[in-house]
Design a protein around this ligand. Structure first.
Ligand code: TYD
Ligand code: MG
Length: 452
């Protein structure tokens, strides 16, 4: 009998190697290399193909009809770019318990009640459990067909048989193809099953949601490799101990990326949060030192978020730095700038910084609010309650312009703030265009001199 050929595949990034190693040479993670047996079928490259067609001259290709079926949930439609496009494959990632199945069943209900057929494949829960969840969520449409199924062959059979308009596979890690010897959830299984499902829905023109678990490192477990196969990658942020959930677009071939949707988890499922700035500011106590409001923009949505800082005198030579919702490297940079370009001495303090409400702020324009919150805590002087901040801080301590400053200003105005602090370039462009006071400073030292 011919010897079985094996390779080793990283379950985080999908890198392949003929030899086993304790550490993946591509992504550097330890203990992620998994053995994969190559069957003759999976040995050959992608054998599931889209419809065969010879090359076509570019202008002769009929334009893609971007007709969208609304998912029926406002915040989900927003992150999808307006709805589900025919043949669109979406990967929905998130930690266990964050609300992926809840969102999918609610979506199934909305799509089905608009007269479309949904196939809901549940690989983790039984039919009874799905029915119970449905009762809680008010999902009872006869056009939702539920299959408790793990076999890819059966699922593709159901898709052919029921001709659904939308297919949900919850979760892709539970699905396996019989002729691939690896266990469900391994890279070989997940990749192959996803390729086949994606090709099938593209041929049939129906929508597909693949639900995927996330590892603690933050990548979609194993199926990090799936990100290339699908049209749209959505990722649930926030933690399951808070009621707010943020759904972020990581990739979208049919819309803009970095768009966010905000939901609240209630007793009867996920509810759209239409004005998230209000909830991110709800519990703010402006009389306390160590709080500053960042005027951020996520995708096309302006968002005001409270940034809190706590500085306490450190007992150790290497002070502690902790960040929640703010990038730790960015925080280190802001602290170095404060140390070098202002009279403050953050190096003598343990510093904790957190963005309130489970929000992750990635953009550099939040630098100024982080710096002001830290300075306010060190100086034990509250920042002005009616003021928001939006500027990047350069390594020389200078303030740099933020994108879409007008949008930030409008949001601040809408929520009743009286002043916004911007870099000079932004302030010039906006002067005289708003009811609130636009203030600009050249350097971080000047800002702190004025406010802290
Ligand atoms: P779930 O959607 O099963 O998460 P995932 O599929 O991402 O693992 O469940 C999310 C959590 O939300 C679960 O702990 C129970 C809770 N929950 C509610 O608070 N309200 C609801 O209506 C439902 C269905 C779940
Ligand atoms: Mg689930």
């Amino acid at each position: 009998m011919a010897k079985q050929k094996t390779i080793f595949v990283c379950s985080n990034c999908g890198a392949q190697s003929p030899k086993w190693g304790g550490r993946c040479v591509q992504c550097g993670l330890w203990g992620t290399m998994e053995e994969e047996i190559l069957s003759p079928a999976s040995d050959s490259p992608a054998h599931a193909t889209l419809a065969v067609s010879p090359p076509v001259s570019l202008p002769d290709i009929p334009e893609h009809n971007l007709e969208r079926t609304p998912a029926g949930i406002g915040e989900l439609d927003r992150v999808l770019g307006g709805g589900i496009v025919a043949g669109m494959a979406v990967l929905l990632g998130g930690e266990p318990g964050i609300g992926k199945s809840t969102l999918m069943l609610q979506t199934a209900q909305r799509v089905a009640s608009a007269g479309r057929r949904v196939l809901y494949v549940t690989g983790e829960e039984s039919l009874g459990q799905t029915r119970m969840r449905g009762r809680r969520l008010g999902a009872d449409s006869a056009e939702i067909y539920v299959a408790a199924e793990n076999s890819l062959e059966n699922i593709t059979g159901y898709i052919e048989e029921f001709s659904p308009d939308l297919v949900v596979v919850d979760t892709i890690q539970m699905i396996h193809r019989r002729d691939i010897p690896s266990a469900p959830g391994t890279v070989a299984q997940v990749r192959q099953c996803a390729v086949e499902l994606v090709c099938l829905v593209k041929r049939r023109g129906c929508g597909l949601f693949l639900v995927g678990h996330i590892t603690k490192e933050g990548s979609i477990a194993g199926p990090k490799v799936l990100e290339h196969l699908v049209d749209c990658v959505l990722y649930f942020e926030g933690d399951r101990f808070h009621s707010y959930r943020i759904l972020r677009t990581i990739k979208n071939r049919y819309g803009s990326t970095n768009e966010i949707g905000v939901f609240e988890m209630t007793g009867s499922g996920l509810k759209d949060v239409l004005n998230p700035s209000v909830i991110f500011l709800a519990e703010r106590d402006a009389s306390q030192p160590g709080s500053a409001i960042a005027a951020t923009v996520e995708g096309s949505r302006p968002l005001l978020v409270e940034v809190q800082a706590l500085a306490s005198r450190s007992a150790f030579s290497a002070p502690t730095r902790r960040a929640g919702g703010v990038d730790l490297n960015r925080l280190a940079m802001v602290l170095a700038i404060l140390e070098r370009h202002t009279p403050l001495c953050p190096s003598a303090n343990d510093i904790f910084v957190s963005a309130v409400g489970g929000m992750q702020i990635a953009e550099p324009a939040a630098d100024l609010s982080v710096a002001v919150a830290i300075a306010s805590s060190i100086a034990q002087k509250p920042a002005p309650a009616d003021c928001v901040f939006a500027a990047e801080i350069g390594l020389g301590g200078e303030l740099r312009g933020a994108t879409m400053a007008g949008m930030r200003l409008k949001e601040a105005e809408k929520l009743g703030f009286k002043q916004i602090v911007l870099a000079p370039s932004n302030a010039e462009a906006l002067s005289g265009r708003s009811a609130i006071k636009v203030r600009s400073f050249r350097t971080i030292a000047e800002v702190l001199n004025e406010y802290c």
